[in-house]
Structure formats: C-alpha cells, structure tokens
Design a protein around this ligand. Sequence first.
Ligand code: SF4
Length: 347
Amino acid sequence: MKKKMIIPIFVSHQGCPNDCVFCNQKRITGVKDVFDESQIRHHIESYLEGSNVDKRVEIAFFGGSFTGIHPLIQKKYLDLATEYIMKYQLEGIRLSTRPDYISEEILKLLSQYPVKAIELGVQSLDQEVLETSKRNHTVEDVYRAVEYIKKTPIELGLQMMIGLPKDTLHKSIKTAQKIIAMKPHTTRIYPTVIMKDTELETMYYKGIYQPLSLDEGIAWTSQILPLFYEAGITVLRVGLQASEEVDLGKGIVAGPYHPAFRQLVEEKMLNEFVLKIYEENGNKPLIICANQKMYQSLIGHKRKYLNHIKEQGIPIQFKRISGGEDSLVFESEGRKLNDLSIPKYLR
Ligand code: SF4
C-alpha cells in the first residue's frame, strides 16, 4: 500500500473568535495573517517536488477552525487546493475545525470540493472540562456535528486532549469510550501542555492549574490508546508534533511534552503486558526473546524498564534474536508460553 503524505497548511486564528485556555493560535499565526496565495502555492509545490510519486497525498488545512473562516476565504483556500488535487491527482483535502462550526450549510459548501476528511477538535466529552477550558461549545454540539458529517461521504476524525483543567483519568477514559462509540475513522490524542502566552500559562503561575507530568501523561495515554487500537480506529497522532514552536524552553512552559511521546506510551503498554504475563505465570522466571526493534521497546527509553526490573529483583530477562515482525517469544522454565494472546498492536 502506498504511503500517505500530508501537505499541512496552517490557517490563522482568523476563523476563530474563541479563546480556549490552552490555545496560542493568535501567537503562532498572528491575528493579522491573511490568505497569501503565492505562499501557499510555493508551500504545496515544494512538498510535491520533494515527494515521490508513489505516495497518497492530501492537502490539509490545520491550525484554526477552518469552517469558521468567512465563506469567501474558505472558498479561496478550497479552490486553490482543488486546483492542485486535480492537476496532480492528489487524494483530497483534510481539514480541522470545531464541533460548533459544522452545519448542514457548511457541509454543503465542503461537498462541492474534494474534501476527504474533517477532523473535529472534540477535546473532551465532559461538560465541566469543556467549560473550564473555555471551549465555548457543548457536548451536544459534538454529537450534532458528528451526526451531520456522518450523513456525508466525508471521513470523520475526532481529536481529544487529556489533562485539561478539571480533567481526570476517569473522565479522559470516558471521553475516549464515547468517541469510539461514535465510530470515527481516525483520532488524535494530545496531552495538554502549557504553551506560552495562553490563559493556561497564567492559571499555572497563579497555581490554579497543574499540568500532568510526563510520566502521568504517558500513564494516562497508555490506558487510552489501546481502546482505540482495539476498536480498529486509526490513531493519526499521539502527542504534539515536534517543532521549533513546541520545543521546551521555546513555546512550551510546562507539561507532558516529549518528541517521541507515542513511542514512550507504547513502551509502557508493552512493559505492562510483560508484567501481567509474569504475574499470570505465577511470578516464575521469564525470558522474553525479541528482535532488535522490540528489544529496544522492552528495555525502554534510557533502559527505564530494564533498570526497573533489575532494581525490583524481578526475574525477567530480555534476549535479542534476529527475526521479523513477530519476534516476541516468552519462555519460562525451558518451555515456550504458546498460549499467550499478544495484542497485535504490541508486536
Ligand atoms: S477553537 Fe481552536 S483555534 Fe479557536 S481558540 Fe480554541 S483551540 Fe484555538
């Protein structure tokens, strides 16, 4: 199957009159940003030049709330993207927006263009979390938007955040479960980090808000991510994308940010599975044979899990073997543990 490539175009805050406590779109893009056609053309063309033809390419409008932009400006963006989609036979347009900026009228406009996917920033399905985060939309708005989008052939994406003000692990799990019940095609999971020049930053300095630590963010996500995997929902992203803007000390004040956040979460999921098997096997010595890639995940970032089992005196050994994808073999007392059902997403 051909690999997917997304050409991201960040639209400014101009479409969004809201001020979610965690958002610094105004700072990132500047309120004065206007549609600059030549810049966008140059951006798309440089991506296309650098890509090989063997890729499925989408043009994506991210950043603001696309469908909140004035319809004439939306049309300009969509016309421009469509021109490239036709010319280079690209896959379509992807865009992100707020749940309350979806209506039948808006979808009618989008349906005139090759819009392939709409990603809604749901963030939470807990009304208290939405209110404290000043999202300025309700849980019902999400359900309404989902219902409208599902009546069209456009793919649905639902994004969530964890660790917002008033959020708890229980509430985040509930949000994930409710998102799954809506059967989106894709999701993105973002742990809340405090960006500079946001209300969250002020709340943090006043002691009103405390972000999750990196370990907490990993622990919460390691309980949420498997829910999506088990439901067969494509998880497009876990954690903020590394960029100059989000690097600690530059754009980020505090919070669970790590450039390899997803990898750290998946390592934790694997480690928990290993400990579960160890317990189920009566705490008997265990040898786990793994290929190079899995071995790295087993021992963890900076040998975290290897050091942990050593410190705790847990008789688990990790061994490197050569082999393909399925090279994860558990042995105990000289025999293979064959009857394990290792979730596909852990291999
Ligand atoms: S709706 Fe989106 S763009 Fe608008 S303030 Fe909130 S997070 Fe930022």
